[in-house]
Ligand binder design. Structure first.
Ligand code: IPE
Ligand code: IPE
Ligand code: MG
Length: 252
């Protein structure tokens, strides 16, 4: 058990005895570059350190009994970063897969990669395929890694797919519902996130899960992603448990 796990135990107990654990948590993992910059280090060192935070939030979700976790690892817009940073990130993806896939499988985590795979390098594709294949049997936690992901792209792809089925006479336009549209997205099979966390204090959604977060509770923390651990995750869930979710209704 890590130091973080020990320090976070009382908070975990509080979460467990509290009012409902989110079925799905989505996280915009931001602030790696600033974390490295504060130390005078190159940006990729922040990305490398951030992988430890990924481990910690997976551990935390398993401990709380959260069934779905979606992590924004690389956006479609991130392709505009310097080639050097992109290649460092893709290398880290392969390292993560090699290091974690077996343990994830043993812990009952099923990994799904969501995003535009056509832009991934052959090596990155091999990693993505191998972690998905190694973890297909996982039934405790669905871990969706958003890589080369853009929500507008995802929505367009869903709309096109449904339009093609309509043109082929398989579907009537009026049969397109919120449910069938959701099922045409990359995230098909996962409920909408109950809680969206963004680290590093930025108050924006950066093209992440635009359809799915229609009624998510949003939690922004100033903590930079490489510093984020189980304590921070449980604090976010405790704050979520204190919120009153009204979904437009009047409750008192
Ligand atoms: C998040 O950290 C990771 C990715 C977007 C890949 P950043 O790299 O955006 O770090 P900051 O926001 O520059 O600190
Ligand atoms: C969002 O972070 C994307 C990921 C965390 C992967 P960015 O750092 O790329 O987003 P902006 O530039 O602050 O919107
Ligand atoms: Mg950023």
């Amino acid at each position: 058990m890590t130091e973080d796990s020990i320090a976070s135990r009382p908070l975990l107990e509080q979460v467990r005895s509290g009012d409902g654990v989110p079925a799905h948590i989505a996280i915009i993992m931001d602030g790696n570059g600033r974390w490295a910059g504060e130390r005078g280090w190159p940006r990729f060192m922040g990305h490398r350190e951030g992988m430890k935070s990924v481990r910690r939030v997976v551990t935390g979700c398993l401990a709380m009994g959260v069934g779905h976790l979606t992590l924004y690892a690389f956006s479609k817009e991130n392709w505009a970063r310097p080639a050097e940073e992109i290649s460092a990130l893709m290398k880290l993806l392969s390292e993560y897969v090699e290091r974690e896939k077996q343990e994830l499988a043993e812990k009952g985590v099923r990994v799904k990669v969501i995003g535009d795979r056509s832009r991934l390098s052959p090596a990155a594709l091999v990693s993505v395929d191998s972690i998905e294949a190694a973890t297909t049997g996982g039934d405790r936690l669905v871990l969706q890694l958003a890589i080369s992901y853009g929500s507008r792209d995802e929505i367009l792809a869903a709309a096109r797919g449904l339009a093609v089925r309509c043109a082929a006479g398989e579907l009537e336009p009026l049969e397109i519902t919120e449910t069938s549209f959701s099922e045409a997205l990359f995230t098909a099979g996962s409920p909408d996130p109950d809680l969206l966390i963004r680290t590093s204090g930025e108050m924006r959604v950066s093209n992440f899960l635009l359809w799915q977060i229609a009624y998510s509770e949003i939690y922004v923390t100033p903590v930079l992603w490489p510093d984020f651990g189980e304590v921070d995750l449980y604090e976010a869930v405790l704050e979520y448990q204190r919120r009153e979710r009204r979904f437009g209704r009047v409750t008192r």
